[in-house]
Ligand binder design. Structure first.
Ligand SMILES: Nc1ncnc2c1ncn2[C@@H]1O[C@H](COP(=O)(O)OP(=O)(O)OP(=O)(O)O)[C@@H](O)[C@H]1O
Ligand SMILES: [Mg+2]
Length: 255
């Protein structure tokens, strides 16, 4: 197979250990065929060592570990299909995203100086204003994998299980540098005061509040909603930044 195709397959296998190993095996076989035996041997050695390296190893490869079993039904990796040219943002939002990207790229430096780095974002605004699209493009611009939280599997009818699923999801985002995206966030973070709601909802919102407060994601945590009035009031201050997506003005529509 052509080198370019293999590289594409390698990138597409990010986060899926077995697939990743299979592609690397293909690359090794390819190199052996071309008599590049030294390279083939060294690749094989690296492949054998992946996964045995200590978790603190700072090589990119140690990050390519599989989903933990606990989170794999709750999170779905989405391959970004769009780029920055595909979205029209207001000036204000554009400035915000540019500064968030700069901040992320300088994160180590900022932290060394004791400065905070924003990593928890809440996207609010009417339906169809580009919240989901923007989260996807933001991840692509940062070069981070984009993981969508699957609310259908996260929200369980069993008592206590939703909170436990939230814990597994956050645990994943703490270790894996990524953009973890909670779409339709209101389904989880609905106000605890709403009449007719039972104790399970309170428990879910309470644990969500604690997890968001405690997590320092190694990438970004982004939640999106078009029902901001339904959110529990205590949710807001847990986010480092709330970004409002307004309906486009005529200039934006023309663009
Ligand atoms: N700002 C924008 N720039 C370019 N295209 C946009 C923009 N907003 C929306 N669109 C188009 O509309 C589609 C729907 O947008 P998207 O799903 O991101 O909206 P949303 O804000 O997440 O809506 P909802 O609140 O219903 O989830 C996009 O896939 C894109 O084609
Ligand atoms: Mg959306």
């Amino acid at each position: 197979m052509a080198r370019g195709e293999l590289v594409k397959k390698l990138l597409a296998s990010y986060g899926r250990d077995e697939e990743f190993r299979a592609v690397v095996e293909q690359i090794i076989a390819d190199e052996e065929k071309k008599n590049n035996n030294v390279l083939a041997r060294s690749l094989r050695k690296m492949l054998e060592n992946i996964g045995t390296a200590s978790p603190s190893t700072k090589t990119g490869l140690s990050r390519l570990l599989p989903f933990p079993d606990k989170a794999k039904d709750l999170i779905q990796r989405i391959e970004p299909q769009h780029n920055a040219q595909d979205i029209v943002l207001s000036h204000e939002n554009l400035e915000q995203f540019v500064s968030l990207i700069q901040e992320f790229r300088q994160a180590d430096r900022l932290k060394r100086h004791g400065l905070p780095v924003r990593s928890k974002l809440l996207f609010c605004g009417p339906p169809g204003t580009g919240k989901t699209l923007c989260a996807e493009i933001f991840a692509a611009e940062l070069g981070l994998p984009f993981f969508h939280v699957r609310l259908d599997s996260l929200i369980s009818s069993y008592l206590g299980e939703t909170a436990s699923n939230i814990r597994k999801t956050f645990e994943f985002a703490r270790r894996q540098p990524c953009v973890l995206f909670f779409d339709e966030f209101d389904a989880l973070a609905r106000s605890r005061d709403e009449s007719g709601e039972h104790n399970e909802l309170r428990r879910v919102v309470n644990s969500l509040l604690i997890f968001i407060e405690q997590i320092a994601p190694s990438g970004f945590l982004i939640a999106a909603t078009n029902l901001d009035r339904d959110l529990d009031p205590a949710i807001w201050r847990r986010f480092d930044e709330v970004i409002w997506f307004e309906l486009p003005d005529t200039g934006m529509i023309k663009k």
